[in-house]
Design a binder for this molecule. Sequence first.
Ligand code: G3P
Length: 221
Amino acid sequence: MKFFIDTANLADIQKAYQVGVLSGVTTNPSLVAKEGVKFEDRIEEILKEVPDVESVSAEVTPDAVTAQEMIAQADELIKINNNDKKITIKLPMTLAGLEACRYLTKKGVKTNVTLVFTVNQALLAARAGATYVSPFLGRLDDISEDGVLLVAKIAELFRVHSLETQIIAASVRHPDHVTRVAMAGAHIATVPFAVIEQLAKHPLTEQGLEKFAADWKKTVS
Ligand code: G3P
């Protein structure tokens, strides 16, 4: 399973990229709004910041409702950074979003169908040719449904029918989500930087480092 970072914050993207575990970036209207910056400018900055990742998702804005409106926005977004192939158009899981997805896929543009909460929605997105599909597991957990189980079911469905769409486990809130979606067959987990930091930590690692440091002071020089 690969890691994408789920943020529009440049400092967090830089930190994750520097660690060397980053395969992509996902953003959404809420994440961009938190940064207080112009959407297109931030996407351009992100694309420059992570030159060799496979994907940077830029979502069409909520005022694009029809497929034509979404495609018009996508056309502007893919012009940013000279039609860079890693720009991925994130589309809502609606009939219009699927229509735009099919159109953009045929044009060779990467797509990410977002706000997926059922297996059937994932199947539709895959059949519309989506490069990625994003089930939001944390938000299902929030309403007492099993988000990881959804990821496992989508992974099994895609395997049985040899569908090439990759699953991005999204709305990932903590390290246990990461372990469980990896075991369930997600291709990618998109996570905030805080979760990447948590993944790297263990109290016994800290304790071990402290003991090594203390013992090292006793060595003969
Ligand atoms: O990747 C989707 C994510 O940004 C939503 O996360 O925590 O708001 O459900 P959350």
